[in-house]
Ligand binder design. Structure first.
Ligand code: ZN
Length: 303
C-alpha cells in the first residue's frame, strides 16, 4: 500500500499569529507530493518539516486571497534556484496566469524548468489529473470570491496474489489473471476459495480539502464518504454571523457538515488570529461529530 499522508504547513487565516502560518498543506502519495494552497512562509515550512520541494509536481491554489497565495512566488523561484529540472504544474482560479506572468515580467525571472499553469473554472466536480493510482478533482465551494475545493481519490488497486497459492492449486497464468479480475476458478467443478488465492483488497482512500468556504449542503456530493475532510473552522460558533458574512465556517458548522457528509475524520484549520488557544475549536466540533483532528502547523496525518 502506498504511503498517503498529509502534512499541515500552515493552519492560520489571513494574519499569521502565535506561531501559526497561513494556509498550506502537502499531500504525499507514494513519492509524489502535491502542494495545496501556498500562504506566505510556505517555503520556510518546507525546511521545518523536511519537505523536498523539488518532489512537488503539482500545486493547487483554492483562491486568490493572499493567505492562500502569497507564498507562491517564493516557492516557484526557489525551486529554480535549487536546480529543479522537472516540470511543475499549477492549478488555480482564473487570474493565476496573470499573477505569475506579472511577477516574472517585473522581476525578469527565468526558470530552468517547464511551468504549466491551468486556470480552473467549473460549476460542478471536474477532473484535473489522474494516473493509474490516483485522481484529483476540483469543485466550487462557497466563499466571497471564486474558490475551489480539491478531492484526492485513490483508485481501487489490483489485488495481489498469494504466491503459495500458485503451487498449491497449480494455477495457470490465465487463471492468475482471472483471479486478479475477481473471476471464479474451478477444480473438478468446485470453486476455489478466492480468499486463499488473493490477499484482501485495501479500500481506496480519499482526502477532500475545502477552504475557504461556508458550509453548504450542495458540497455534500463532492466530499461524501471521504476518509479525511479538511474544512476550515475559522471561528467558534459565537461568531456565526460574522462567519457567514465573510464566507467562512465555524467549528460547529464544519462538524455538522462532516456528519451529514458521512466522512471518516474532520481536520480543522484556518483559525482566526483572535484565538491564541485553538483547542476550544476542537471541543466545539466534537460536540457535533465524533472524529475531529485538530489541525496545527506540522501535524502529519495518515489518510
Ligand atoms: Zn479567503
Amino acid at each position: 500500500m502506498q504511503e498517503f499522508e498529509l502534512t499541515v504547513l500552515g493552519s492560520n487565516s489571513a494574519k499569521p499569529a502565535y506561531g501559526r502560518y497561513p494556509t498550506s498543506q502537502v499531500l504525499r502519495y507514494g513519492n509524489q507530493l502535491f502542494l495545496i494552497d501556498c500562504g506566505e512562509g510556505t517555503q520556510l515550512r518546507f525546511a521545518d518539516y523536511k519537505i523536498k520541494r523539488n518532489n512537488i509536481r503539482y500545486i493547487f491554489i483554492s483562491h486568490h486571497h493572499g493567505d492562500h497565495l502569497y507564498g507562491l512566488p517564493g516557492v516557484i523561484t526557489s525551486m529554480s534556484l535549487y536546480s529543479r529540472k522537472s516540470p511543475l504544474h499549477i492549478f488555480g482560479p482564473k487570474g493565476i496566469k496573470k499573477f505569475i506572468d506579472v511577477l516574472f515580467e517585473i522581476g525578469e525571472v527565468h526558470l530552468n524548468f517547464d511551468l504549466q499553469v491551468t486556470e480552473i473554472s467549473c460549476e460542478s466536480m471536474e477532473l484535473l489529473i489522474e494516473d493509474e493510482n490516483l485522481k484529483v478533482e476540483t469543485f466550487p465551494v462557497y466563499h466571497r470570491i471564486p474558490t475551489y475545493g480539491f478531492r484526492f481519490s485513490e483508485k481501487q488497486q489490483t489485488p495481489n496474489i498469494r504466491k503459495e497459492s500458485i503451487g498449491k492449486f497449480q494455477l495457470s497464468i490465465d487463471e492468475i489473471k482471472m483471479a486478479k479480475q475477481g473471476s471464479p476458478i474451478y477444480r473438478d467443478d468446485v470453486e476455489l476459495p478466492l480468499s486463499e488465492i488473493m490477499y484482501p483488497q485495501d479500500k481506496p482512500r480519499s482526502y477532500a480539502y475545502c477552504a475557504d468556504s461556508k458550509t453548504d449542503d450542495r458540497l455534500i456530493p463532492y466530499v461524501e464518504g471521504v476518509d479525511l475532510l479538511y474544512f476550515e473552522t475559522t471561528y467558534l460558533d459565537e461568531l456565526r454571523d460574522q462567519a457567514i458574512e465573510r464566507g467562512h465556517a465555524t467549528a460547529a458548522q464544519a462538524a455538522q457538515f462532516a456528519k451529514k457528509a458521512n466522512v471518516g475524520r474532520l481536520l480543522t484549520g484556518h483559525y482566526s488570529s483572535r484565538y491564541k488557544d485553538v483547542s476550544p475549536i476542537k471541543d466545539e466540533a466534537l460536540r457535533h461529530f465524533d472524529n475531529v483532528v485538530l489541525g496545527y502547523d506540522g501535524v502529519i496525518l495518515n489518510i
